[in-house]
Design a protein around this ligand. Structure first.
Ligand code: ATP
Ligand code: MG
Ligand code: MG
Length: 551
């Protein structure tokens, strides 16, 4: 049922299968373990794992760990967790580019032996300068024409720690006047005296991405290697490397557009800065569109998969509106989430005639979902004193106001029709208490002569859970923070509002991590997973209801 909609990559695969160029589809998802996964990665995950699912193929999880700078176990764990949480599983063991360091070294020797790679002793700055620009061709390094023997000896010396960082590197000998800058003798190995999370201190030379990726794909028998558009030119290098080493498998690289999402960052480096500067509450801050942030915010795996399905796979760069993501979680939770009553800004509502004839009901059994009977029902208790939201009462208001006003009637959700008769205020003039008269015998039925204009929610003031609710807005004040010179300055400090003392129906006290609810007339809320305390859940706003029903 959950299939990837047709796109240019499925067209390529279908053609490859039809022409017999491949028999089994093999893809991979290759994150660099230098941060947490974000919504952009979800697009790549849904595509790569989804293709494997749809074509009965395989998808590897491969950590692209050629850069040994950071201790990345935390990232590795989080990435594995996020992929699984999204509902996917990789084929066999987790792979690492570093698993292939020995073989990669062997292929580097092969290139040297074929006269197709040389050890360069220009500095990184000089290499950049010699490389030229789009308008002018590059210049040969003076070290370009060393003999094979000399190169073998120098590469050996590099491997044995005989060169300091930046004093030597291995470059592929391709074409210094290529219109593609990446083909102007790209660096394929560099010196780094850094301990690697998996290979420790075994190596002090590390292969570069362009050399590593294509060979790792070939070693794993990947058939369709999907990356983002900025690697389009690099496809030449991908093919060049595989053309010039003795490896049989022949993967092909295809490029799609990146996902750009309004009001969010899809760069691990920039996300990292937000975390480091303490502008957010960790990588899983509910305002971030990291996978872990979305999870903590109450997004469901199905809603993220559906989002990726809807945005599709193309070669056109574009920016997706945040509302597209929000719609997906709303649609999903609308069908799945039990309803509950929660008063975020409580004021008292006193039913003056409670206990009199026709106004004696003190509990009602209500369905947990308007359509899904299998979600069951629960009991709500009633008493003379309830809470309603401060925004649901006005002394006076025009006809558009469908909530409670003096002299008019409103229905209490699942309970009585009530008419406001008076109110009490504090010294600042804020209403603290509303007195109402309930219409006798009006629960669950119309009563002649009474036509309440609206429905408002409530909780029993004598039987409720006073808990904390966090309302989240957009983290950034601008739609494209990534394009700002100082995106850190675009963080909206008011994007998190904590309500310490909301009045929630008492059943919510027992909510557990993983539970989501529709707080009627407010939005979808989930239980905060961080520092969860049994019997004292905090609720996070996942997304508001589609239209502001509070008219
Ligand atoms: P970042 O700048 O966040 O580090 P990256 O592309 O370097 O991004 P990787 O860990 O290398 O991050 O990405 C793993 C895979 O996810 C790659 O195949 C990459 O193309 C893909 N990917 C990353 N970001 C996006 C995005 N915004 N849209 C689609 N695919 C993405
Ligand atoms: Mg990166
Ligand atoms: Mg990358």
């Amino acid at each position: 049922e959950e299939r990837i909609p047709r796109n240019f990559i499925t067209d390529i695969i279908d053609e490859d299968l039809k022409e017999g160029r491949v028999t089994n589809i093999a893809t991979r998802f290759p994150p660099e373990p230098n941060g947490y996964l974000h919504i952009g990665h979800a697009k790549s995950i849904c595509l790569n794992f989804g293709l494997a699912r749809d074509y009965n193929g395989t998808c590897n999880l491969r950590f692209d760990d050629t850069n040994p700078v950071k201790e990345d176990l935390e990232y590795i764990r989080s990435i594995e967790r996020d992929v699984k949480w999204l509902g996917f599983s990789w084929s066999g063991e987790v792979r690492h580019s570093s698993d292939y360091f020995d073989r990669l070294y062997g292929y580097a020797l092969e290139l040297i032996n074929k006269g197709l790679a040389y050890v360069d002793e220009l500095s990184p700055e000089e290499i950049r300068e010699y490389r030229g620009t789009l308008k002018e061709p590059g210049r040969d390094s003076p070290y370009r024409y060393r003999s094979v023997e000399e190169n073998l000896a120098l590469f050996e010396k590099m491997k044995n720690g005989g060169f300091e960082e930046g004093k030597a590197c291995l470059r592929a000998k391709i074409d210094m006047s290529s219109p593609f800058i990446c083909m102007r003798d790209p660096v394929i190995y560099r010196v780094r005296f850094a301990s690697h999370a998996l290979t420790g201190d075994k190596w002090c030379i590390y292969p570069m991405y362009d050399f590593t990726h294509c060979i790792s794909d070939a070693i794993e028998g990947i058939t369709h290697s999907i990356c983002t558009l900025e690697f389009q030119d690099n496809r030449r290098l991908y093919d060049w490397v595989l053309d010039h080493i003795s490896i049989e498998a022949r993967p092909h690289q295809y490029e799609m557009s990146r996902l750009n999402l309004e009001y969010s960052l899809t760069s691990k480096r920039k996300l990292n800065l937000l975390v480091e500067k303490g502008l957010v509450d960790g990588w899983d801050d509910p305002r971030l569109t990291t996978i872990s942030g979305l999870r903590r915010r109450g997004y469901t795996p199905a809603s993220i998969r559906e989002f990726c399905r809807r945005i599709g796979v193309t070669k056109q760069e574009n920016t997706v509106e945040m509302s597209a993501l929000e719609t997906c979680v709303r649609d999903d939770l609308n069908t799945k989430a039990p309803r509950a009553l929660a008063v975020l800004h409580p004021i008292k509502l006193v039913i003056d005639n409670f206990g009199e004839d026709g106004v004696t009901v003190d509990k009602v059994t209500v369905p947990n979902h308007p359509e899904k009977e299998d979600l069951g029902s629960r009991e709500l208790s009633l008493s003379k004193e309830l809470f309603i939201d401060a925004a649901d009462f006005r002394e006076q208001a025009n006809k558009q106001y469908k909530r409670l006003k003096l002299g008019y009637e409103v229905r209490l959700r699942h309970a009585y029709i009530v008419k406001a008769v008076s109110c009490e205020k504090d010294e600042n003039g804020n209403v603290t208490c509303v007195h109402v008269e309930a219409v006798p015998n009006s629960i669950g039925t119309d009563v002649e002569g009474h036509k309440p204009k609206g429905v408002i929610h409530w909780v029993n003031a004598n039987d409720c859970y006073r808990g904390q609710v966090c309302l989240y807005g957009r983290l950034f004040k601008v739609p494209n923070p990534g394009a700002e010179e100082d995106f850190l300055a675009c963080v909206d400090e008011n994007s998190k509002e904590i309500i310490k003392d909301a009045a929630l129906e008492s059943s919510l006290k027992n909510a557990k991590v993983g539970d989501s609810f529709q707080f009627e007339r407010e939005g979808y809320f989930c239980v905060e997973s961080k520092d969860f305390v049994e019997g004292a859940p905090v609720f996070n706003l996942t997304v508001a209801l589609r239209d502001n029903k509070k008219t």
